[in-house]
Design a protein around this ligand. Structure first.
Ligand SMILES: C[S@@+](CC[C@H](N)C(=O)[O-])C[C@H]1O[C@@H](n2cnc3c(N)ncnc32)[C@H](O)[C@@H]1O
Length: 515
């Protein structure tokens, strides 16, 4: 059905339409808990952002043809509404199609846009074939992380993405990556696509395949990254970017990268050469920082340390017990080893120890770490056996405990000398979101920390000059947020996170001067 956009102005005022749509949106949102919304990535685009995106996209459309609009994750239609607002009088919407998986939203949107010629397909976008080709694809896809994609759908989605785009995505890629790549089959030659997606793909390993696709299969022309401090979607906790490309063989030598402010009025903007983009793994450096010099001789943390996540106990509430409680329950203390409280309760950067090697902290916690068989425990330690029995129905059946040889056996992890709190924010004059803790105790750590174990070369230096341990720790803490961020990632609201592999990759050339 052809749709004359002038009709909209006559029938209803677009400001009125948008405010009606927004009340429909908040009503539908209120029917669901945040967890339910997260499962389908149901976080709507704010009106002003949707209008900016549409306005920018329209400037790049070839205007010899009418608009064929497509939104693969429609919700209540923030982008279609913005299109009606932004479209100029001399332009026409020839066709508008949208997909929405949730019948609640699809039905409500269908009645709402009934007169306006939008064909709303109530289906899973990853499971349907195109009904035609479109020249204007705008989408805020569901930000559903890989582990929330149902396992029975995962391989089907992966295979389809590969068939359509030729890109084999890693299993760690979120649903939004598949949306972007699969949408290519709905695009006409020279069609313009604008994707509001998490900026994470620009830095992490699973994003490599997408970046390669954007550089070689289509013509990427602009990426705008919002300042993560002003999260676009507070409740979705992501830092967002808008990625723009045209479906055509790439001929451009540069791509415009912008940051902060708005898409139409960014705080910073720079043309980055495609060569630089091929060489630099962290695209979030652009446009504010230059490409890193390729310095193969610089030393990385992995030259000095092994990094492991702390222990995943299977149930901290059950396996980690306060010292006084262990005695109250009459449990044998020899089966407990000291463990640090989780990172948010440890405010210091150095853990001192008592004569037994236990950390001196207000909260004295111990991990139940017994390698005896159940029969042996039943015979010699009846109290401990009773305690384990109390966890038989729930704790023992948890995912982690069930996969162990014996459900209460803990991973054997030595007390690390250095510990990193791998998630945090830059606050209160601290120059980094992460802390490196010097652990002088025998306490091990749970997975709210990363444990750093010096490699042989470094251990030998520590043996020769024990004070070096302290110097290394001080230097690690002097690292600025920026140098850690080069490897780690940043989320909406300024939350920063660094994974073991990323920590191993940070440049610690400052350590080589010590030895
Ligand atoms: C981030 S919201 C964006 C909604 C709207 N376009 C906007 O910008 O406000 C993503 C939408 O995609 C829908 N969705 C989630 N999974 C989908 C799928 N597999 N196929 C189609 N729609 C899906 C969700 O129900 C949700 O309405």
């Amino acid at each position: 059905m052809g749709t004359q956009n002038r009709r909209y102005g006559i029938i209803r005022n677009i400001g009125e339409i948008e405010s009606l749509r927004l009340s429909m949106q908040s009503k539908l949102d209120s029917y669901k808990s945040i967890e339910e919304r997260r499962k389908l990535g149901q976080f709507a685009t704010p009106t002003s952002l949707a209008r900016d995106i549409i306005s920018f996209g329209l400037q790049h459309l070839d205007f010899s043809s009418d608009i064929r609009f497509f939104d693969p994750a429609f919700g209540t239609g923030a982008f279609f509404s913005a299109l009606l607002h932004e479209i100029k009088d001399n332009k026409t919407i020839e066709k508008a199609t949208a997909v929405e998986i949730d019948p609640l939203f699809a039905n409500a949107a269908d009645s709402f846009w009934d007169n306006d010629g939008v064909n709303i397909i109530n289906s899973d976008f990853t499971n349907i074939m195109p009904d035609g080709y479109y020249n204007f694809i705008i989408c805020n896809p569901p930000y559903v992380r890989h582990h929330l994609i149902a396992s029975e759908s995962k391989s089907r989605i992966n295979n389809k993405t590969k068939d359509i785009s030729g890109v084999k995505l890693s299993g760690l890629a979120g649903l939004y990556c598949h949306f972007l790549l699969q949408s290519i089959q709905w695009m006409d030659e020279d069609a313009v696509a604008g994707w509001l997606i998490p900026s994470e793909f620009m830095d992490v390993n699973y994003g490599e395949a997408i970046k390669e696709f954007l550089l070689s299969k289509v013509e990427l022309f602009r990426i705008h990254r919002f300042n993560p401090e002003d999260a676009q979607f507070g409740d979705a906790l992501v830092s967002s970017a808008v990625v723009w490309f045209k479906k055509r063989k790439p001929t451009n030598r540069n791509v415009t990268f912008s940051y902060g402010g708005s898409l139409l009025m960014p705080h910073e903007s720079k043309d980055i050469s495609v060569d630089s983009l091929r060489q630099e793994q962290k695209w979030t450096r652009f446009p504010c920082q230059p490409q890193r010099s390729v310095n193969k001789s610089s030393s990385k943390l992995k030259d000095y340390f092994d990094v492991k996540r702390g222990i995943a106990t299977g149930s901290n509430d059950f396996f980690i017990i306060e010292k006084s409680r262990i005695f109250e329950m009459g449990l044998p203390f020899e089966f407990f080893r000291p463990v640090l409280p989780s990172a948010r309760y440890v405010k210091t950067t150095e853990i001192n120890s008592d004569e037994q090697g236990n950390p001196i902290l207000p909260q004295q916690l111990f991990l139940l770490d017994c390698r005896l068989s159940e029969d042996g425990i039943k015979k010699d330690y009846p109290r401990l056996w009773q305690y384990l029995e109390s966890g038989k129905n729930n704790v023992a059946n948890g995912y982690l405990c069930k996969t162990r040889k014996c459900w209460y056996f803990q991973e054997q992890r030595e007390a690390p000398i250095f510990i990193c709190t791998y998630m945090g924010r830059v606050t209160d004059g601290r120059n980094s979101a992460f802390r490196f803790i010097l652990n002088n105790s025998n306490a091990t750590v749970t997975n709210s920390y990363l444990a750093l174990y010096p490699r042989k070369n470094l251990l030998e230096k520590f043996d020769d000059v024990p004070s070096l341990k302290r110097t290394v720790w001080e230097l690690l803490n002097e690292m600025t947020s920026e140098s850690l961020q080069n490897e780690g990632r940043i989320y909406g609201g300024g939350l920063q996170k660094i994974e073991p592999k990323e920590l191993l990759n940070i440049d610690v050339s400052f350590l080589s001067g010590l030895f």
